[in-house]
Design a protein around this ligand. Structure first.
Ligand code: ZN
Length: 418
């Protein structure tokens, strides 16, 4: 018994004899239902009025799995009704994979086989403005050495839609296996050998665009595919690039959504979509300039603060201590500034972040910077470390001024000396 779905994909109502029944599994003498395979899902529909939930190839048979045991018996004639909307979606989406692969032939180097896959589901609330809403993405895996960057991805989409518009005929025929394998214009899945295990190979030709060995269902002309929108790319394995896309209503919706978002962004920047990239570039460079200005102003603020603290330096055991809070610096920056503050008239610099989070200590060597940090973290919590002349602490749980008062207490500072 053979499946005729791929040969005559437009037949969706038929009658056939029941060959065998095993509870809910039914085999017919002939069927137009498509059994799952080649990256295309099984057809849905009814057999003798009973819902068909799955169709699979099993030991050379095409087995229809029904929702419940049927009332009909072997030998009887039953009517098969294939879910036309679902089948049409699959034909369009699946043929789009071939067209996209053909676009890949024109753009990608060392192109190997492309794996196709349609994931399609019909939600319960299936209707929208476009008719039956079938959700699901379609993917093509390209085996190629070319990196598919944004530009290439956009070009793949453009070429695919152009091939749809050009209305190329799509035809299929069975040719001897050896003849098919001898042709280097046909894409094969050499890994799974799917579609080339029999004596003949089913070859699907998109006139002037692509030739592939495939057992799926296809539309008769590329214009039947409708709009195709690429969603993105990923790398499922070494040397493979997966391109995902949607067709039909979802493709239209996706584009409308993107257009809407672009217009919203343009409006925020007081420009139009065409000028959006330039406006974003301008904003980016303005942002960089401002960041630089803020950073230099902050440096000057810290310089000025350190000059004030220098005037307030205290002397303990012959060591001059510069102690105080500085706003807006983290532990690393505080340690850097403390290290460069020592010398000349300062032997120890202990800088505390104004929020009391971080501490940086620099010394000329007469006092151990790590010990100063240890004393502070013992008192206020947190942790830290460093070298004898520069150390830092973080996670202190106190007010900055409180930590400064602790450090300015001569008994504490005196303990840190050798
Ligand atoms: Zn196909």
């Amino acid at each position: 018994m053979t499946g005729t779905a791929a040969a005559e994909p437009t037949v969706t109502t038929f009658t056939s004899n029941v060959d065998r029944i095993d509870t809910t599994a039914v085999v017919l003498t002939e069927t137009y239902f498509y059994a799952e395979g080649g990256g295309q899902p099984a057809d849905r529909g009814t057999l003798g009025g009973v819902e068909v939930v799955d169709v699979q190839h099993r030991n050379g048979d095409i087995v229809h799995e029904l929702a419940e045991p049927p009332a009909f018996d072997p030998g009887e004639t039953v009517e098969g009704q294939i879910d036309t909307a679902f089948r049409t979606y699959c034909m369009r989406a699946h043929t789009a994979s071939h067209v996209l692969y053909g676009a890949g032939r024109r753009l990608l180097s060392d192109l190997g086989y492309g794996g196709f896959d349609i994931s399609a589901t019909v939600p319960d609330n299936a209707d929208d403005d476009f008719g039956p809403a079938i959700t699901g993405k379609v993917r093509v895996d390209f085996e190629t050495t070319t990196e598919i960057d944004d530009e290439t991805l956009t070009e793949l989409e453009r070429l695919t839609n152009r091939a749809v518009w050009e209305s190329y005929d799509v035809t299929w025929e069975e040719i001897p296996r050896d003849e098919a394998l001898g042709r280097d214009d046909i894409a094969f899945n050499t890994k799974t050998e799917e579609g080339i295990e029999g004596e003949t190979v089913r070859v699907v030709t998109i006139d002037g665009w692509d030739v592939a060995a495939c057992g799926g269902t296809h539309v008769g002309n590329t214009r039947e595919i409708g709009p195709v929108t690429v969603l993105g790319r990923s790398n499922p394995g070494e040397g493979l690039t997966r391109v995902e896309f949607v067709v039909g209503p979802r493709a239209i919706r996706r584009r409308a959504t993107e257009h809407e978002r672009a217009m919203t962004a343009a409006q925020s920047l007081d420009t139009n979509v065409a000028e959006l990239p330039a406006a974003v570039d301008g904003l980016q460079s303005e942002c960089d300039d401002l960041r630089e200005t803020v950073s230099s102003l902050r440096e000057r603020l810290v310089d000025s603060r350190l000059a004030d603290l220098r005037d307030d330096a205290i002397e303990v055991d012959g060591q001059r201590w510069l102690v105080g809070t500085v706003a807006g610096l983290d532990a690393n920056a505080l340690a850097d500034r403390a290290e460069s503050a020592v010398g000349d008239d300062v032997d120890v610099a202990a800088l505390v972040d104004a929020d009391g989070q971080y501490l940086g200590v620099g010394t000329t060597g007469g006092v151990d910077a790590g010990e100063v940090v240890d004393q502070v973290t013992t008192e206020f919590g947190g942790g830290g470390g460093g070298r004898p002349t520069v150390a830092q602490g973080g996670g202190l749980g106190a007010d900055g001024d409180e930590i400064v008062a602790f450090l300015r207490d001569e008994s504490v500072t005196a303990d840190s000396g050798d």
